[in-house]
Design a protein around this ligand. Sequence first.
Ligand SMILES: *Cc1c(COP(=O)(O)O)cnc(C)c1O
Length: 426
Amino acid sequence: MHQPSLPHLADQDPELAGLVEAEARRQFEKIRLIASENYVSPAVLEATGSVLTNKYSEGYAGRRYYEGQQNIDPIELLAVERARTLFGVEHANVQPYSGSPANLAVYMAFLRPGDTVMGLSLPMGGHLTHGWSVSATGKWFNPVRYEVRADTGRVDLDEVRDLALKERPKLIWCGGTAIPRMIDFAGFAEIAREAGAVLAADIAHIAGLVAGGAHPSPAGHADVISTTTHKTLRGPRGAMVMSTAEHASAVDKAVFPGLQGGPHNHTTAAIAVALKEAARPDFSAYAHRIVANAKALAEALLERGFDLISGGTDNHLILIDLTNKGVPGKPAAQALDRAGIELNHNAVPFDPRKPFDPSGLRVGTAAITTRGLEPGQMPRVAAWIDDIVRATARGEDETAGEERRVAAEIRELLAAHPMPGWAPAP
Ligand SMILES: *Cc1c(COP(=O)(O)O)cnc(C)c1O
């Protein structure tokens, strides 16, 4: 049953309610290894489903365009204060609708169309919004891209410095979507200072690790920090832009009225709830366990002959190059999904294959950590991945039976690990 329960939905729209129930069961029964996903708490779900969705409140607390903000203002101020305290920043804007609009606000605040922006190339682990060609950020600005080294799979700050001093970008992004290693915010800040650029840290993936003390913080190094709230941070789908006091007004103006209309107050409230949860000691334990699980899983995969980009992980994320296994990423990901292991195919650095059918798999341990899985259980997860990848390499007739066996074993394991927000009928 869904928690909070959905009796009105079941009564008035059984078709939709059935789909929600099916999705909840799917999330319950699968080992969810998509690095950007998680399970939020019932408190976050309740705030997201509240009457706050009924209210318009363009502007900021004390400076709104519509009346009736007696309760919305304190809700947004709570979220802002909790963000400032948790991340140790001078300013926080909690209104961006999601991570991509938050990053657009960073452009709006600091750049003019045509200005040069530097970011990690998408196939090397960067994000679309860091100036990739199909994104507005790559079309409307002049993007230059740094890469990872072929021999180490890691960003080399000497290469970043050389490129920054040659191209003189106005803004430099650090962070990304498929980076298995620690980001050296202090090193990036030094380069940005030398090059006269604004440093933007996009911590969408690692915000929960930063909040829980399991990854260094960009606060004090980056001029501006953007993050989603729904990945390791374990809040609702939303985003924040944080900055020094100096840039507060530029950031706020960029979000509203620069890019957005009314903020999503139900999301703002749920962000406030998630930030309160993230300030508790048990969240720090969760953040450190995410990393311990990722390291244990990486170790077990290496023992089984998997080729990991950069040779391992410092955070929640593992990037696997399947080339030596004789299977591309997409068929492997599809077979794993049928076997109860949900992850995504992903480009690897210098991938010879096409983006929609790349060589790699991306794995993250945030969601399984929320389910209570421990490092001691990771060798079993690695064995399941290995069994399915091997079966897929051997060919079609081999796979169906193997997928059924693994899916059943996983259902049995996960039945003992409660899921926030849903439980099977007793
Ligand atoms: C997920 C992500 C985003 C975008 O977030 P959306 O909410 O999907 O728009 C931006 N930057 C990075 C690094 C991300 O990982």
